[in-house]
Design a protein around this ligand. Structure first.
Ligand SMILES: [Zn+2]
Ligand SMILES: [Zn+2]
Ligand SMILES: [Zn+2]
Ligand SMILES: [Zn+2]
Length: 155
């Protein structure tokens, strides 16, 4: 068992209880998968989750469980830049946040920042909306690792 991440230490997290509350059988592969999702600092692919849960986990079952989690609101499915799906935990310990994706390697990071409320007020004024209830913002850039290797290639 891996040590809990800084994020999961912040709040008590009971994978077994969350599964039961979602009406799912709390099998040990599901508990391990939900824990791995919760501990991750960024959205992960099924392959990356498979690696973090452990090699003896069945990848087909893991993929199916991710889809079940997404359907039951335990996880969010995000379309990665290369067309493969990424998954992240959804529970009340994770606040509203955004993602920034590297256009070179496709790595996606959580960004715990949001649009200032003033901007949302201006948007509702401009669009003549009573209120803005929700938003999705996709951010793209070049990660530090890709920037470093790009600089190396250039003469
Ligand atoms: Zn979580
Ligand atoms: Zn990159
Ligand atoms: Zn996220
Ligand atoms: Zn936001």
């Amino acid at each position: 068992m891996k040590p809990p991440s800084a994020r999961s230490r912040r709040h008590p997290f009971d994978a077994e209880q969350l599964l039961r509350e979602a009406g799912l059988k709390a099998t040990s592969p599901r508990i391990a998968l939900l824990r791995a999702l919760h501990a991750a600092a960024r959205p992960l692919s099924a392959a990356a989750l498979h690696a973090s849960v452990g090699g003896d986990a069945d990848v087909v079952t893991l993929y199916r469980n991710l889809e079940v989690f997404a359907a039951q609101g335990l996880a969010r499915r995000i379309e990665g830049r290369e067309g493969h799906a990424l998954y992240e935990c959804v529970d009340d310990t994770h606040t509203h946040h955004h993602h920034v994706t590297c256009t070179v390697c496709g790595r996606m990071e959580d960004v715990e920042l949001c649009v200032p409320p003033r901007v949302l007020e201006e948007v509702s004024k401009k669009a003549r909306f009573a209120e803005i209830q929700d938003h999705v913002i996709e951010l793209y850039g070049i990660c530090a690792a890709c920037q470093a290797s790009l600089t190396k290639i250039r003469p």
